[in-house]
Design a protein around this ligand. Sequence first.
Ligand code: PPS
Length: 301
Amino acid sequence: MHLESVLKALNLKRTTLLEVKGVPLLRSTAENWASMQAFQARPDDLLICTYPKAGTTWIQEIVEMIRHRGDPEKCASAPIYKRIPYIDIFPPKPIPSGIAEADAMPSPRTLKSHFPIQLLPPSFWEKNCKIIYVARNIKDNAVSYFHFHRMNQMIPESGPWDQFLQNFIAGKVAYGSWFDHVCGWWEAKDWCPILYLFYEDIKENPAQEIQKVAQFLGQDLPEPVLNQIVQHTSFESMQANPMVNYSTLPSFILNHTVSPFMRRGIVGDWKEHFTVAQSEQIDDIYAQEMRDSSLTFRMQL
Ligand code: PPS
């Protein structure tokens, strides 16, 4: 049976959240926690980890282009979610879990996860895997996550913007507190091989940040290859590319007419959404939560 018919027959519905160690996760992830924690990383795995909507797909395609020496044809072999398994997810059978897809993949693998550091399967630490983390400023991250809740028919309803924002600030969304996430991974970079990047930096100077990724992966990028990667991974190119824009999934999963996956792709879009009061509220909480951290973000370029 065609995948779309299988999915339709499953009559998929928006899921609820279930906590693991105090962090809300998609219910199916929490219910499969033993398998999740038993996941076997390999020493040459590269893990891409982010808080949801921080620029995951963008860095995924950058890594793919680096690995394929700037050859867009090789990156067009399959949608990004097939080339880089999202290990956290457990869709209903017969759709394979992220773990099953990763297990079936030859090395070297690139894998995707949104786990906060304390929930990462221990095998990634045991195998000393390289990790690329991308962080995005809290206001744009919240706005992007809000619209994703509207368009993704598998995750809880967003509710109105203010209600979503209050849930987001309280960490009552899948993967929990943005503060815990970005700070936890920031501290970890001092003791394990993590390249910590910022969405805002990639937007401002993609060539420089792509070079950092290449260096981290032990690759040298000649200028024409670098230019090709910058062009291929620009927002406009990715927005038009079905292999990365998630248009290959049926609309009863991701409904792009509600809000496209590749929505705005800018720094500072939060200004179109936040009231002055909401912005001040988040500034106050931010100052308090981040007071002991050396981590800083740019809310505009
Ligand atoms: S997910 O579902 O967590 O994997 O989503 P993720 O890919 O992390 O985040 C989607 C947001 O990233 C934006 N995006 C980009 N911005 C700039 N340049 C490029 N190339 C790019 N690719 C994806 C995407 O538009 C979403 O952000 P918003 O603010 O909603 O537009």
